[in-house]
Design a protein around this ligand. Structure first.
Ligand SMILES: [Zn+2]
Length: 356
């Protein structure tokens, strides 16, 4: 089903209608300036202008009224979420959403966190907008403010204010959230990140458990070249980003991330350190998922986590490839079959790749 819908996008043979790595790279460099995008700074205001301009250039229409700006106030500060829309055939349907935060944790480029994800959302919007055949549903391009501490999970976190105060009566059919999607996954050993071939292309996806049709969709889709998916339950890692409010409110969601790395929340998280080919593959995957989920009813609720277990296991077997026996041995299990087995492997991988 995925391959078929993608053909629609490519039917005119125009390469501009495919994800362009160069666009993602340029937007990341343009957005991730040395002064950063910390709330209530001049750098943040420069970033606001960038997001506003690019939403218009990629062809989005405003989500509300005649502006992409969705301002709000809190704790004596002013914030702005941005939302543009790629119109679908039937705007009465509940829209899809792809989103990422644009604020930065420190006054530094913060390219992986989260400038490159903003660039990916913009590129997905461009390709969807230029497609010959629109999707059935509107796609909201949500660029959230105030994800970083001290706002993280607080009342002024951009995605929370968006969901509770700015979302219209159609709600959200499915939310796809990106954070930390620009780097190769490596193993932290001492003060160094050591590149390991089987982990390099890893992309962790949380939230397949949020609806049975999502795990089926992921299981049936081939990951684009350049990424290998490791699917895990969101509860293993906690709500690390803007998908939290969607999960809490029963909206089917997926959260994509390459996890933390040596440059996480550091001044060294600069645009030159990112792998834009990997980010472009993640953009391609996003496009595939939005196209497929556009047609799904997503009726009923998740009913537990068991529906995603088979997919989680299959994804980890593929991710680890020939190194599977070594990983199983290190995780003290003989095979990958049960929820307990996957918990052992995930906690091993997390202890290796996620540092706090
Ligand atoms: Zn962050």
């Amino acid at each position: 089903m995925i391959a078929k819908t993608l053909n629609l996008l490519r039917s005119d043979g125009n390469p501009k209608n495919n994800i362009q790595t160069a666009n993602i790279k340029r937007d990341t460099y343009d957005l991730c300036l040395p002064e950063g995008r910390k709330v209530n700074t001049v750098g943040h205001r420069t970033a606001e202008d960038f997001v506003r301009r690019r939403l218009q250039e990629v062809g989005c229409v405003p989500y509300r009224g005649d502006s992409y700006d969705l301002p709000y106030e809190g704790g004596g500060l002013s914030f702005i979420n941005f939302a543009g829309v790629v119109p679908g055939k039937d705007s009465s349907l509940s829209p899809l959403l792809i989103g990422a935060h644009y604020d930065s944790v420190i006054c530094a480029p913060c390219a992986d966190d989260n400038g490159v994800a903003v660039a990916v959302c913009l590129e997905v919007a461009r390709v969807l907008g230029e497609a010959e055949e629109p999707l059935d549903r509107d796609v909201i391009i949500a660029i959230f403010d105030a994800e970083e501490p001290p706002f993280f999970c607080g009342p002024n976190m951009g995605s929370r204010r968006f969901y509770h105060e700015q979302l219209d009566e159609r709600g959200v059919h499915f939310a796809l959230i990106h954070d930390l999607i620009g780097h190769d996954v490596s193993l932290p050993l001492g003060n160094q990140d050591v590149s390991v071939s089987f982990l390099k292309e890893a992309l962790f996806i949380m939230g397949a458990e949020s609806h049975p049709q999502l795990s089926t969709t992921l299981a049936q889709s081939d990951a684009p070249k350049g990424i290998k998916i490791g699917a895990t339950l969101n509860r293993y890692v906690g709500d690390m980003s803007d998908h939290g409010v969607f999960r809490e409110n029963g909206v089917p969601y997926l959260f994509c991330s390459c996890g933390m790395w040596a440059h996480y929340h550091q001044p060294t998280d600069t645009p030159d350190r990112l792998n834009y080919t990997k980010s472009a593959s993640i953009a391609q995957l996003s496009l595939q998922l939005l196209e497929t989920i556009d047609k799904l009813s997503l009726e009923g609720s998740a009913n537990g986590e068991d529906h995603s277990l088979a997919y989680e296991i299959a994804s980890f077997k593929k991710l680890m490839g020939p190194l599977l026996p070594i990983v199983l041995k290190k995780a003290h299990i003989s095979e990958l079959k049960t929820r307990h087995d996957i918990e052992q492997v995930v906690s091993l991988l997390m202890s290796m790749t996620l540092r706090h």
